[in-house]
Design a binder for this molecule. Sequence first.
Ligand code: SF4
Ligand code: SF4
Ligand code: SF4
Ligand code: FES
Length: 948
Amino acid sequence: MSFSREMDRGTPPAIAGDKSVTLTIDGQSVTLPEGTSIMRAASLLGGSIPKLCATDSLESFGSCRLCLVEVEGRNGYPASCTTPVAEGMVVRTQTERLKQLRRGVMELYISDHPLDCLTCAANGDCELQDQAGAVGLRDVRYGYDGATNMGQAKDQSNPYFDFDPSKCIVCSRCVRACDEVQGTFALTIENKGFESKVVASQGEGFLGSECVSCGACVQACPTASLIEKKVVETGTPDRAVVTTCAYCGVGCTFRAEMRGEELVRMVPWKEGKANRGHSCVKGRFAWGYARHQDRVLNPMIRASVDEPWREVSWKEAIAYTASEFRRIQDKYGMRSIGGITSSRCTNEETFLVQKLIRQGFRNNNVDTCARVCHSPTGYGLGQTFGTSAGTQDFDSVMQADVILVIGANPTDGHPVFASRMKKRLRQGAKLIVIDPRRTDLVRSPHIAAEHHLALRPGTNVAMMTALAHVVVTEKLYDESFIRERCDWDEFADWADFVSDPTRSPEAIEPLTGVKAEEVRAAARLYATGGNGAIYYGLGVTEHSQGSSTVMAIANLAMATGNVGRDGVGVNPLRGQNNVQGACDMGSFPHEFSGYRHVSDGKTRALFEDAWGVPLDGEPGLRIPNMLDAAVDGAFKGLFVQGEDILQSDPNTHHVAAGLAAMECVVVQDLFLNETANYAHIFLPGSTFLEKDGTFTNAERRIQRVRKVMAPLNGYADWEIVQLVANAMGLGWTYDHPAQIMEEIAALTPTFAGVSYDRLEAEGSLQWPANDAAPDGTPLMHIDGFVRGKGKFVVTDYVPTDEKTGPRFPLLLTTGRILSHYNVGAQTRRTANTAWHPEDRLEIHPSDAENRGLKDGDWVTLRSRAGETTLRALVTERVAPGVVYTTFHHPETQANVITTDYSDWATNCPEYKVTAVQVSASNGPSDWQQDYARQAERSRRIGVPAAAE
Ligand code: SF4
Ligand code: SF4
Ligand code: SF4
Ligand code: FES
């Protein structure tokens, strides 16, 4: 089988301008944009100039001197990577003199390089080896007896890649990749001349350095100096399949490079429009969970959760699932069962689960994890703009002049997008961060926020309204935009509301804790600094006023005319890989795919015609309502696909009580997750590597997921849902997810133009893609809002009922860390635990001192809902009065602490504000120890042998 690397034209394309120039290269005439390098021009003509320090993902550098060319009328031999094309230029790239010079340069490199190609892990996949061949080097005249850099110790500290300095040619590609692409600035070239060498940070080695293990340096390295451990272990790949990352909503595309049936490495795909050839540690390296020994590969059932699991055949498991659901419905009624779709599964799988519930269960009891993350985005943007999605593509950030980030931590949560944002900031865009915590973005190499508004958790609406107060009272709004695009009367009402002195920065300062002058300055900057773009995350939505904050953000963007063109907009940074898609596909209990209400007779008739059954016009139950109804005895059966509600939903004790009250809980997942402790049927799931389908990222970009290996469990998830549906008598006949997408397109106006053929041809499409937008929609609301006129909604600040007081004086807020993903089911089963083996509680030094706590001490974290124990991390990243933790490890169970409070419009839980007390502890509490023992027991029983 053939394998080739992606084309590398040596230097990036020229920045698009109006001017082009015509020149001649090796006798061929070519016209290209001004600014193109001679190297790139030659490559576009089909030629190839030898190179080592150049690669088209980095700006040209001109250090290796291998790419010399002759230019008529110029003295010497300019480097083609750093020399731009010019009108009338005549270039020769392959003369005898050039060949001789290049051989000489290469000879010097090779004289200080180990001659172990045959046993080198990169043999056959090494640019140095290729280029030595290309310049015709056959021998090194200097011998190898002099001083060399060979024999230096390897740095093998990083869990995923090694650094072998003896193979380094000091081309600086790694250093530049870390600076230009990733923006971490972890590497430098130390010393000069022969002594020069690459070091990570201050020479601490990769693991101890600032390196975030994104892999950009490994990808850029033209030798085996930086190389994936897996390549060393397995050998070089022999085939590649392009697919999409299954972690976060950035939606990076990768070449899954395989050796036979074994995945060797994931290489970010340069053609990928979401990631443009970059990645983070999760997508690039943390895929080992797919073959982790904990994976359950055979279906299992048990009559009660106190009994051991019993492995059964797929046939028995599916028949039992169908008969249990029918039994429960016969006994307790049609609406006594429901299901939860997975934002980690494909669009096609999600569509099928909600179809199973609507067509098969004949109710609308379907919900999704967006309930606990971005449901307020759906509501808030739906109300104000008319559609539930971000307005921009990721590229748009490169046109932004002022970037306002509120309640989001992109360097940890959406790292590849964060790298792009940081690039724009290094180019001079200004940054405003609104966050209780000093996230990395506030200050990192070459980046400093103009304003960090470190507000108290729970005061977002007051803060956004105060910003609007400044915009309105200082007349910084865009009147012509508002008159043309919005309802002026609604604006006037809203302007009256925000102008009230009680909503001024000065009035809210005691609430938010942020100096009024800082708020005023931030508002002026956003309103007058050019293109203003807002990016937000769960720090906005997971509040009792989540929907209000989303609307307040939309109000501010409309008031300042920052919607409907490149560089502006309102952009939710969506969490899971396919949370956008799960919402689009009709996972909410009140909506069909494409956000159409179930009570709408016309829409219902469309689905009834297609599916051949009458459908319920009453919205179904949301997840918390399903659990409440279960505790009350009215809800008895649940199908949960790829979601661990026991760990991810608020008030763990209540979730457990709800699950325990049901007669049939079916969990379909890769691992026996925490929810499976309460399950009666376990259906093994498949990973993203084992199936075909599509994911939709935070830019509404629909991208293909391609099967790179056969499902270890025997079936892709969509096939399992089809088996259940057919056992319930639905008669589905899908042979491939492409057919499911045909049905989605036929039933969903925003997807009408989407098909696998088009995705194959175009790489990706951003919805809406239909007759009105045949090429998809990178930017929304260009000529008008989807709902017609943009709607200003008055957003009154209502303090949360969760109050601090003498018993619970601190406010807890939660978030994610780069190396882990959500409940950690996947990342905890990879070497990513090297960076984050446990959840820690961040606490300000003054709060720690008041409690006699030191860094690393065990502490009890107690709220009105419950308590847990974890270790303290004393840091000034959090303000006094605020504590913070991640929720990646089930032993910590951060959601035991969170309360039942939720967003007024959508029930999205208020994860970001919990009043707590912190005190010294001797170690994990009794329930945590019991819990760990019980989970361990549950895992052991009936689990098949390891997959490999
Ligand atoms: S892995 Fe990424 S962060 Fe680490 S040194 Fe390489 S480029 Fe920099
Ligand atoms: S490690 Fe690789 S990319 Fe970095 S300077 Fe050495 S050869 Fe170049
Ligand atoms: S986790 Fe997100 S940012 Fe990282 S590679 Fe995957 S899609 Fe990209
Ligand atoms: S490739 Fe041009 S100088 Fe190295």
